[in-house]
Write a protein that binds this ligand. Structure first.
Ligand code: HEM
Length: 394
């Protein structure tokens, strides 16, 4: 076991030098927490992601459903399933994320982003003002949820992402169990309502969806909706946070994007590679597997580090340089293989629109004094808060 703890404050603040050390010295080795097997080189990470029969996604269930939690819908959703069960669920859900659904959403995302941007005054926290409410709005639109609940989404999501083998305190355990109960009851109510009165939204579509004569069960729909709420919120918020932090530290990049907004999609791709928001995903070794000459015993927790793979110079030359012209093909920020992120196109669209909104209004953003605190979670990375000064255009 190496000395690296992926949850220690130094690693959370800047994991990249630690990933580089892992790639160089121990590309497959046990780390803390949980003595899990970190896999850090591009080729090996890709191998893990593309071989679900060797590396099962039930790793999520193990990570998210320790006994003290009880039933956790996230831990039973499609992200935790392997083919062929996963294949059936995914086929039923793909349409809800297709180009037609995105085109319908885009004008509403822009209107929301522009409305909320009026809150970007000196010292305002970019996370609370824009990076969180825009994805929260999008998720509630997709799911047809009541917008009055938007302020609670983040707390719900934080509670579920914060699940660890033993709870931080009895109060934290109580709160997390309460959140799961509330969310499950609420989503159950939405399903009942849509069954009685179908609408033009994803829940109604899921109730109608059929593949080879099979429908989703209510429990499958419930688990999926809760997965979406969390997968769609946390990661997009973090990508927006990481992007604005980068622009605050690189004003010349902000000027360049403002002058040439057509470069924004390349900026987003490179940002995903350079400072991705899903550092790794848990898997379980289905049998003894040898990777890079190291044998991982059956049943072990394996953690392919996509954010390390994305900085591997065997794949990306000069990987620590942010390069807009790189064309980050092969980047693993959204995963790869059977579980490739269902919301990747949606997330790109949301982030592009928010960046366009910000760049049209401000020539520069500046950090406020004080250090940035990063989220304390294994599978997501981003600043907890990001107060900035916003210098208007012209
Ligand atoms: C899966 C990243 C945004 C929904 C994944 C996976 C990654 C990822 C790495 C693969 C997990 C695995 O292999 O086990 C991201 C990033 C995002 C983002 C970096 C934003 C920057 C979204 C959004 C949604 C979403 C906006 C939906 C509203 C999902 C779903 C899955 C998934 C449903 C599970 C797919 C499956 O199991 O087949 N995401 N995600 N994600 N993501 Fe995203």
């Amino acid at each position: 076991m190496t000395q690296i703890n992926l949850m220690s404050p130094e690693v959370l603040a800047n994991p990249y030098p630690y990933y580089a050390e892992l790639r160089r010295l121990s590309p497959v080795c046990q780390v803390e927490p949980h003595g899990m097997w970190a896999v850090s080189r591009y080729e090996d990470v890709l191998f893990v992601l593309k071989n679900p029969s060797l590396f099962s996604s039930s790793g999520f269930t193990v990570a998210w459903q320790p006994a003290w939690v009880g039933y956790n819908p996230m831990a039973n959703s499609m992200i935790t399933r392997d083919p062929p069960q996963h294949t059936r669920l995914r086929a039923l859900l793909l349409r809800a994320f297709g180009p037609a659904a995105l085109a319908r959403l885009e004008p509403r995302v822009r209107a929301t982003s522009e409305r909320l941007a009026s809150g970007l005054v000196d010292g305002a926290d970019f996370i609370q003002t824009l990076a969180l409410p825009v994805p929260a709005y999008v998720i509630s639109e997709i799911l047809g949820l009541d917008h009055q609940l938007l302020p609670y989404f983040k707390q719900w999501s934080d509670d579920i992402v914060a699940i660890t083998p033993s709870p931080a305190s009895p109060e934290a355990a109580e709160r997390i169990r309460g959140t799961i109960a509330k969310l499950t009851a609420y989503v159950g109510k939405v399903i009942e309502e849509r069954r009685r009165a179908p609408a033009d939204d994803t829940v109604s579509e899921l109730l109608r969806a059929e593949v080879e004569g099979q429908r989703l069960t209510d429990v499958e729909i419930k688990d999926f909706l809760i997965l979406l709420l969390i997968a769609g919120l946390e990661s997009t918020t973090n990508l927006l946070g990481n992007s604005l932090l980068f622009l605050a530290d690189h004003p010349e990049m902000m000027t360049r994007l403002r002058v040439e907004p057509s470069l924004i999609p390349s900026f987003i791709e490179e940002m995903l590679r350079y400072d991705g928001v899903a550092p790794g995903v848990p898997r379980i070794a289905a049998s003894d597997v040898t990777l890079a000459g190291v044998t991982i015993p059956q049943g072990s927790m394996v953690f392919p580090l996509m954010s390390s793979a994305n900085r591997d110079d065997r794949k990306f030359p000069d990987p620590d340089r942010f390069d807009l012209t790189r064309g980050s093909q092969g980047g693993l920020a959204f995963g790869q293989g059977a579980h490739f992120c269902l919301g990747a196109m949606l997330a790109r669209m949301e982030v592009r629109i928010v960046l366009e909104t910000v760049l049209a209004r401000f020539q520069r953003v500046e950090r406020m004094p004080g250090n940035i605190q990063y989220q304390c979670a294994l599978t997501t990375r981003g600043p907890v808060a990001l107060p900035l000064r916003y210098i208007p255009v012209g």
